[in-house]
Design a protein around this ligand. Structure first.
Ligand code: V47
Length: 396
């Protein structure tokens, strides 16, 4: 992404004054922050907002990501995860990366409910408070599979929070349910079965040009907000994401953020739930149809996390998902506006920065706490709804 024009340090004085006074930043302010070489002033501004909200508290969670299947009817150019559904159907043991699952030689797989529950049980045994479950838009699995998934996890692990299904998956479920269901009905059925909240995935960049270039065919802005609006009306909390560093411009990023801010204003005034956090996702080109692109640099990552913090004055938490930003940069970002790290993770199939062959990607609690302390933060284990989790033993 190009910074269209350079802005000098002195030029940020009026933006600093606005942030100090708690005033809202405009699209133009966001663009000037993107164009400024003064990453330090930007970091200070973002930290001022972060400290006003959270002091030095820095949140992390003990969680487990479960990706139930990578079969998907979509072909998003940025996504390295999807696989076409095989004509002859998946076979047990055929997928090299998930040999225990039904799959195929191309790396496609789908997990059974028993396998998902087993992973949830393992997570609880290791202290997890949350499972984060998402997958591709599977062409064959019936609606009952998803309801069964939530119900079976809740029965096996009653205290575990189920954060599952992006807005795009929820719309897919409303289309495959027989008889067809509205988004509201889908959310109500899933909540009855144990769903606790929605993750923020699938938002990408809210812009028609970017949509047509990078994820044509996928539910766009209107559908994404419709699902989150309905969830918030029903009292279901959710998160929001922005996938940055592919074909979008700085202005498209800033306008995306303003749309999230406008929705949050509406939710605070009219609904019983809202966005808990924003998760800026740094594009990883490897293995995607955009593999020729460089992806964001470290400075672009830091700048974006900080800009998200100062633009979104009404969303409590900014989360660095270290899988995307790397643990090292995620740690640095704790002094550039970020107050939350996701998480222990353990396994993640959608993207991987380094090393092939295994989807094991884990940070231990000790390591997360050490990263936070070294950055001058006070580590706080939180649950999905950002309530502190009582510590059973003296944590380091
Ligand atoms: O929706 C796909 C993105 C998302 C790539 O809500 C990619 O707490 C980078 O939404 N490079 C899934 N990103 C992840 C997600 C998420 C992660 C952690 C926490 C939360 C939360 C949500 O990953 C997808 C898509 O936007 N994605 N491909 C890629 N190559």
């Amino acid at each position: 992404m190009k910074a269209e024009q350079r802005v000098s340090v002195a030029d940020l004085a009026d933006i600093s004054r606005k942030v100090e006074a708690g005033e809202r930043l405009t699209v133009e302010d966001g663009l000037r922050l993107y164009a400024s070489p003064d990453i330090h002033t930007l970091g200070e501004l973002a930290n001022r907002v972060r400290e006003r909200l959270h002091g030095r508290n820095t949140y992390y969670n003990v969680n487990r990501h479960i990706n139930y299947s990578n079969y998907c009817v979509l072909r998003c150019k940025f996504c390295p995860f999807y696989r076409p559904y095989p004509r002859e159907g998946p076979r047990i043991g055929a997928c090299p990366t998930e040999p225990a699952a039904s799959g195929d030689e191309n790396g496609g797989y789908e997990l059974s409910i028993e396998q998902i529950v087993q992973r949830a049980r393992e997570a609880v045994d290791r202290g997890a408070t949350e499972v984060h479950i998402v997958g591709g838009l599977h062409p064959k699995l019936p609606f009952e599979y998803y309801v069964d998934m939530c119900r079976s996890i809740r029965e096996a692990c009653p205290g575990l929070h189920i954060k599952a299904f992006t807005a795009v998956e929820i719309i897919h479920l409303s289309r495959i349910a027989r008889p067809r269901m509205s988004v509201r009905e889908v959310l109500e059925r899933l909540r009855e079965a144990g769903l606790g909240s929605l993750p923020g995935g699938g938002a990408e960049i809210f812009d028609d040009r970017v949509h047509d270039e990078a994820f044509r065919g996928k539910v766009g802005e209107e559908g994404w907000f419709d699902v989150h609006r309905t969830a918030h009306e029903l009292g279901i909390f959710s998160n929001a994401t922005m996938l940055y560093g592919h074909v979008e411009t700085a202005e498209e990023r800033v306008r995306h953020l303003i749309k999230l801010r406008e929705h949050q204003d509406w939710a605070i005034a009219n609904a019983s739930a809202r966005f808990n956090c924003v998760v800026p996702l740094s594009f990883i080109p490897d293995g995607s149809a955009l593999a020729h692109m460089p992806g964001p640099t470290g400075l672009d990552d830091l700048r974006t996390l900080a800009i998200v913090r100062v633009m979104l004055d009404n969303i409590a938490h900014i989360k660095a998902f270290w899988i995307m930003q790397t643990p090292k940069l995620a740690q640095v970002s704790l002094n550039w506006g970020v107050d939350d790290l996701d998480g222990t993770v353990v396994y993640y199939d959608i993207t991987k920065r380094e090393g092939k062959g295994t989807t094991h990607q884990e940070l231990t609690v000790d390591r997360l706490r050490r990263m936070i302390r070294e950055a001058g933060g006070r580590p706080v284990e939180r649950d999905t709804l950002y309530r502190p989790v009582p510590q059973t033993q003296a944590a380091p």
